[in-house]
Design a protein around this ligand. Structure first.
Ligand code: BES
Ligand code: MN
Ligand code: ZN
Length: 484
């Protein structure tokens, strides 16, 4: 995939699809150079009137090139008032449309927008264009785009480079989530991180023996029922110059969540290859950062496990001794993510970073509360909340802050251990976050429950069903800012 700037007139661009973004009230201006006497000669305006296209966000109209313009087809997409988000969503729609048509070379006329909007639009275009079709018959696959030519959009190479980094990171995360669980298991997920090692990135992987010897009872307990042994991964990105900040990113890496002995019903289990989306997102972020090279030290940490029922599974009533020494009574083997994350959070806290963020497809309750678009954000730090909200807005993603009240901690009190791993049905996403808080010693900690946005059961906006790579772009922007 390459992005190029061009100052040639839109009508002269030889492309499979020429995308023109159109604001409300700006239809005439946006199509003027295409609809003049040498080209569509007024036909374009007529088509738009017939289609009732006025440039509202969500509208689009498509016209064949007919030799009137060099492109094979022209796609007009409404951007409403032209906010950065509207521009990005319109580009996402265009990316989706391009994939349906198998358009390889896209011309993109954004109009007069900022570099930030250009970056967001390029990312969304790629996001809409994404498909995971490696298991489909060759004949039924539509080609992805391979070239995007930006028309009349300035020529800032930085906007393109940043977009390309984000796109590559997000695609990696989506591919990892979408991969079938037969191929994505703890060792292969660890390998995905190892593949990123270079002169700025080191990757250390512990096997199940070392994990147990180190006292990580959470990862050991959850992983012991599977024929696929657990892995613990710690990658470090170290900037070339002095670091202006030091952060740790943690991801939930349950490569398949059957529920364990507390087995999930069929429908709930069907999509549980998505349960490593947190790990996939931090791996994808690491890939993006490797290209952007911010002045921030970043530690990426995840426990990779498969949660399975078997003769060696951890059991209800088992008491796990966690990495920080606390004991946890197992009341439900399907509440496994928090056990794996807990050990990672303790490990990350020992590194004494300025901030820790964990991402996890942790609870069905977060999906019930916020649906597929919003991630549930838990933090006691107003500053970190503000930074993440800003980064998410810039990335056109959504995090919604939730309460983290000590009042509910009683729900986690156990009879024999220090804690139990479930806090009841009410406030299920909150009590999961409170459980995690027992394993963190870092004031700036945020937990992001991505169970909704990480994986779409059905298409939403320009996302196809499946893994979304949510939070890669938000985390990338957050870290970029810390390094400035
Ligand atoms: N991986 C699931 C949460 C999940 C559900 C993610 C739906 C994505 C979509 C998690 O491990 C789980 O099973 N959580 C239980 C916790 C309960 C047993 C306390 C849940 O949410 O039901
Ligand atoms: Mn579970
Ligand atoms: Zn899970």
């Amino acid at each position: 995939m390459r992005h190029v700037y061009s100052s040639s007139p839109a009508s002269a661009l030889t492309a499979d699809l020429l995308v023109v973004l159109v604001p409300v009230g700006g239809v005439a201006g946006a199509i003027a150079a295409l609809d003049d006497a040498q080209h569509y000669n007024g036909a374009l305006a007529q088509v738009l009137v017939d289609d009732e296209f006025t440039g509202k966000a969500g509208q689009s109209a498509s016209v064949p090139g007919l030799g009137r313009v060099a492109a094979k087809r022209v796609l007009l997409v409404g951007v409403g008032a032209g906010s950065d988000t509207e521009v990005a969503r319109a580009a996402g729609t265009a990316g989706n449309e391009a994939r349906k048509r198998g358009a390889k070379h896209i011309g993109l006329a954004l109009g007069a927008v900022s570099d930030a909007a250009t970056r967001g639009a390029l990312e969304a275009l790629a996001e809409g264009n994404y498909r995971f079709d490696k298991y489909k018959a060759e004949a039924s696959r539509k080609a992805p785009m391979d070239t995007v030519t930006l028309l009349g959009a300035g020529d800032d190479p930085r906007a393109v480079a940043l977009a390309e980094a984000g796109i590559a990171g997000q695609i990696l995360a989506r591919d990892l989530v979408n991969e079938q669980p037969a191929e994505c298991y703890p060792e292969s997920l660890a390998r995905a991180a190892e593949n990123l090692a270079n002169d700025r990135i080191t990757v250390e992987v512990w096997d199940e023996v070392k994990i147990k010897a180190k006292g990580m009872g959470g990862i050991t307990g959850v992983g012991q029922g599977s024929a696929r042994p657990a892995r613990f991964v710690h990658a470090i990105y170290q900037p070339a110059g002095p670091a202006k900040a030091h952060v740790a990113l943690i991801g939930k890496g349950v490569t398949f969540d059957s529920g364990g002995l507390s087995l999930k019903p069929n429908d709930g289990m069907l999509t549980m290859r998505c349960d490593m989306a947190g790990a996939a997102a931090v791996i994808g972020t690491l890939k993006a950062l490797a290209a952007i090279q911010p002045n921030v030290r970043v530690d990426v940490i995840f426990g990779a496990v498969e949660n399975m029922p078997s003769g060696t599974s951890y059991k209800l009533g088992d008491i796990l001794k966690m990495y920080n020494g606390k004991t946890v009574e197992v009341h439900n083997t399907d509440a496994e993510g928090r056990l794996v994350l807990a050990d990672c959070l303790t490990y990350a806290s020992q590194l004494k970073p300025d901030a820790i963020i964990d991402l996890a497809t942790l609870t069905g309750a977060a999906v019930i509360a916020l649906g597929d678009w919003y991630s549930a954000l838990y933090t006691r730090s107003d500053e970190l909340n503000g930074q993440l909200q800003t980064a998410a807005t810039g990335a056109h993603e959504a995090v919604w802050r939730m309460p983290l009240p000590d009042l509910y901690k009683d729900k986690l009190k156990a009879d024999w251990g220090d804690l139990k791993n479930v806090g009841g049905r009410a406030a299920g996403s909150i009590t999961a976050a409170l459980f995690l808080s027992e394993f963190v010693t870092c004031d700036k900690w945020a937990h992001v429950d991505i169970a909704g946005p990480a994986f779409m059961d059905a298409p939403l906006m320009h996302y196809v069903a499946g893994g979304t790579g949510t939070m890669v772009r938000t985390l990338t922007r957050w870290i970029e800012r810390l390094g400035e």
